[in-house]
Design a protein. Structure first.
Length: 109
């Protein structure tokens, strides 16, 4: 990520302030220009709806431009470890192992 981004700030905006979000994780994913870009992986509450662009726009109104996610992936369930905490290391590894899931993958080396 270009500047230091405190991911918990972005996570709090999404999880605490957006009614559709059940849980989320914000991580850095490979980016061709910045080294890493802010991305969010979210699961929605049952019956709720939100688009990735809606969530990006929501964050842009609440955090600095550099902190807002550049990509949002909506999943059914976030990976969890043995203590039932979100396994961010698995999410980061997933983007590194499968960069084709990122919209800028064609620009990655």
């Amino acid at each position: 990520m270009r500047s230091n981004v405190f991911t918990v700030v972005v996570e709090n905006v999404l999880a605490a302030e957006h009614a559709a979000i059940r849980e989320c994780a914000v991580v850095g994913a490979p980016h061709p220009e910045w080294g890493e870009a802010v991305v969010a992986v979210v699961s929605l509450r049952e019956g709720a709806a939100a688009t990735p662009q809606e969530l990006i726009d929501f964050c842009r109104g609440k955090v600095g431009k550099w902190e807002a996610p550049k990509f949002v992936q909506i999943v059914q369930e976030l990976p969890k470890g043995g203590t039932h905490k979100i396994a961010k290391h698995q999410i980061r590894a997933g983007f590194r192992q499968h960069p084709d899931t990122l919209p800028w993958c064609d620009r990655l080396e």
